[in-house]
Design a protein. Sequence first.
Length: 475
Amino acid sequence: MDAIPALPNPDLFEATLQAALSEEETAVRWSALEFLSNHGTREAAEEIANAEPTQNAEGQRRLSDVRFSILARENPVQVLIQLLDASEEAERPILDFAKNFHKYQTVIKELRTQAAPLSPQALARMLRLVDPDVREFAASKLVQSDQLSPEQAASLVRDESPNVRALALEWLASHGGPYDEKEIQKAIQGPERGKAMSAEQGDHIRVEFFRRMPLAELKIRIDWYDVNGPLAYMTAGLEHFESEGAAVRKDLADGFQAIHDASAERLARDFGGDAKGIVARFKEGGPFIRTQFIKAALAILARMGERPDAHFAREFVTQQEGDVQKHAVALLGRCGDPTDAETLLTVARGSRGEVKRLAVEGALRLGQGSFDALLTSGDHELVTHALRWALDKDIADLPKRLEPLLAHEDSTLREKALAVLSKKLRGEDMERLLKAYVAKESYYYNVVCWLDRILYSPPPMREFFRRELASKLGP
């Protein structure tokens, strides 16, 4: 790629600065500002500081932002320390932070991009700031570097931010902290002015504690009448599958009778005559409880199971209860055989989100005809999943199989097909594709434009266009 001249190259810098200050066309003015921000050096920042003030207040503010962006990119740690010093010296720190919010965003972006090292002292100072995103950034850095102290962790479990509390609880779990359900539930709910964690975050936190328990202690928590019993069951199966796998299969086969009976016996020991009343109150919820254990068992086998376990997936793959179906689909895609591909395609056509994605991936893994079936399904999302899957696979006759998409009435599908072809084909193959395409009786202009850009643009722009086209497939 051609090198971009460093600023301040006198002529280029002056022209760009003038465009940023006085160009009437807004798009040109903003482009000049963006160029200065991305490619200016410290010397350029000094030139901006010494430039004649513009009469346009908005332009002057943007120019000040550009100067800050340059300095943050040049030395993000130093700029952060200066911001922290100013905040701590301010008479009203909250107002000071609000005024400089965009500056903190800019410098944290640079710290992430450059992976710049920060001292524990600087990170501790960031934990005192009002913005939850800044505190989360600081807490994550302290956790990643294992520099969070027990005192900091104990304080952060009371933070208003659910993500900060989650980081602190994960650290406590990994450092041998005791499992106290009441305290964990309090941290999940958060303080009065805070926000509660999501159910997924709460489950993740408990699993982090459970997976570090000895198996004997963990098994005590596998209880039919405990809301966290299925979670403890799943953790035991995943962490100790060699010893627990046979029990998981038996539980799925007999409806978890052993867990139900053992839990009822434990109630009788602990509560005596009152146990019957407790069991009666839970009787109505029995199907729901059993579903939670089915979900946990399928999640275990989806990760750890073997070919013969596919029959469990076939039993539950059409069940509409979301997570049960999700884990059954994952298990079938992993352990099924080619005869299961059509079942997974059927599920994919009638589902959404993660279930749809897992069903597509499983069908593609099991059935040779699944790729073409998905491409011709008429379902935009299914086609996109299939194209993403094709990116890192060797597929025979790929141009011929994607050719109908280049003539599709949906322009986004045409672009997505081109994104795959541009990655998989060599230059001469792309040229042949272009010639064959324009020779057709009718064709789409955007296909020709993209092929022309990728084949004949100057090298720097060619790579830009390739990246732009690749982005059409999504992350």
